[in-house]
Design a protein around this ligand. Structure first.
Ligand SMILES: Cc1cc2nc3c(=O)[nH]c(=O)nc-3n(C[C@H](O)[C@H](O)[C@H](O)COP(=O)(O)O)c2cc1C
Length: 210
């Protein structure tokens, strides 16, 4: 009954210094693209970075941008943000980083709501659904499950997004109409037996309507 492959995926933030074969990365991305997407839009583009120096420079760019931003904050907010920075750069020692870029995807029904004179609140509620972002999340989860099932580790990351322009400068990547959405390091986990944080109880997260 239990689907073991689901439980194999845990956020991995430290990696062995061994490269992942490109065939394995290609299979992970192929499986990522089997994810559902609204109107089958497949509004994703995958960028695979396999250059150690560039990966380190991307992490440095996140760190530097973070430091720059924290200069404009009060001491306490700056210190809390700086503590979080280490979680936004955990890809720094990975042999491969897969970034997902997304193109624009409008919520279905928005035009119709507006033509019907919907209030701003109604339009905002519809837009909060963000189907275009959900497409990317579905693809990223597939990619992480695929990686874990092959014995590799990864970590879904949106934390470095505030430095996405700088990361793109490092890798000289620019694709018209596509913006950075998330990334994952991919590599062989440094440690075995990583534990995921505890989940809420099912009672807390389920409402059953009969
Ligand atoms: C949208 C999203 C963004 C995340 N961003 C980061 C991140 O920037 N840095 C990080 O270390 N972990 C990040 N995580 C990983 C979460 O911290 C992790 O999934 C959560 O604590 C549950 O742990 P598990 O993945 O081991 O089950 C992110 C996860 C998601 C889904």
């Amino acid at each position: 009954m239990k689907n073991e492959f689901i439980y194999k995926r845990k956020s991995v933030r430290e990696f062995k210094d061994i490269q992942v074969p490109m065939e394995a990365i290609q299979e992970m991305i192929k499986e990522a693209t089997q994810a559902p997407s609204g109107k089958n839009a497949q509004n994703w583009h995958f960028v695979v970075v396999r250059n150690k120096e560039k990966i380190e420079k991307m992490a440095e760019a996140v760190y530097e941008k973070g430091r720059e931003l924290s200069n404009n904050l009060d001491e306490k907010t700056a210190s809390n943000f700086m503590k979080m920075l280490k979680y936004y750069t955990v890809f720094k020692n990975a042999p491969t980083v897969v970034m997902i870029f997304s193109s624009k995807y409008e919520s279905s029904g928005k035009d119709i709501l507006m033509l019907n004179g919907a209030s701003n609140e109604e339009v905002e509620k519809l837009e909060s659904v963000k189907p275009g972002v959900q497409n990317i999340g579905a693809a990223m989860e597939n990619l992480l499950l695929s990686a874990a099932n092959m014995g590799y580790g990864g970590c879904y990351m949106t934390g470095p997004a505030f430095a996405s322009d700088k990361m793109c400068e490092v890798i000289a990547f620019n694709k018209e109409g596509y913006n950075f959405s998330c990334l994952t390091p991919i590599g062989i986990p440094l440690k075995e037996n990583i534990n995921s944080p505890k989940r809420k109880s099912l009672d807390e997260v389920i409402t059953i309507i009969e």
